[in-house]
Design a protein around this ligand. Structure first.
Ligand SMILES: Cc1cc2nc3c(=O)[nH]c(=O)nc-3n(C[C@H](O)[C@H](O)[C@H](O)COP(=O)(O)O)c2cc1C
Length: 182
């Protein structure tokens, strides 16, 4: 199975999750292309070339990182122009996507992360992928926002995602691979 592991990370939390996804999929004998989204990146990737896509981002003011939105917008335009996004969007049942975020949730908990995951899911939904998972993974704040990790709606989230979070992610990756293989 061809797997794309696409992610954006500003302060490193989502990178740790993407590494766990890659390691788990490789352990399960799958081939994985890991692509870190960078600012100004040209849409040189074809998500339709993959059977299973993991797409993740940190949450910044409720939304994915701007480089994610810029890239997804360019990809959507390209696929629309090539006739690969149709009205209504066709279904490609052999293709699946897992969309996820890492988030701090300090003000409203998971509610402030939902727009990010829903936003990313729509590119794949438009392309006809089945959405095989929407994951919300807690990620501590860094730098100037460090205090937000200590007394927000989710309590003390310092050190998240921690080893236990990453182990859960590995199990969820195995689950996604099993669904795909079935
Ligand atoms: C500038 C900034 C804005 C953020 N805004 C939100 C937010 O609106 N909601 C939220 O739940 N977390 C927010 N966070 C927390 C991040 O989503 C969280 O730390 C995430 O794991 C960061 O991912 P990254 O380390 O991969 O960049 C914000 C963090 C930063 C630095």
């Amino acid at each position: 199975m061809n797997i794309l592991n696409l992610y954006y990370s500003s302060t490193g939390n989502t990178t740790r999750v993407a590494k766990a996804i890659e390691e788990t999929a490789v352990q399960q004998n799958h081939s994985v292309d890991t692509v870190r989204i960078k600012p100004g990146m040209e849409p040189g990737i074809d998500v339709l070339a993959y059977d299973l896509v993991f797409a993740g981002s940190g949450v910044y003011e409720w939304l994915p990182g701007k480089p994610v939105m810029t890239l997804f917008s360019k990809l959507a335009k390209q696929y629309r122009l090539n006739g690969l996004i149709q009205q209504p969007a066709e279904r490609r049942r052999t293709k699946q996507a897992v969309v996820y975020c890492t988030y701090g949730g300090t003000h409203t908990g998971a509610n402030e992360a939902i727009p990010t995951v829903k936003y990313m899911g729509q590119l794949f939904d438009h392309l006809g992928f089945e959405l095989a998972g929407e994951w919300y993974i807690v990620g501590e704040f860094h730098g100037a926002y460090l205090d937000f990790s200590k007394k927000g709606k989710l309590g003390n989230i310092t050190g998240r995602p921690n080893e236990s979070d990453l182990q859960s992610i590995a199990e969820m990756v195995k689950g996604a691979l099993n669904i795909k293989a079935a």
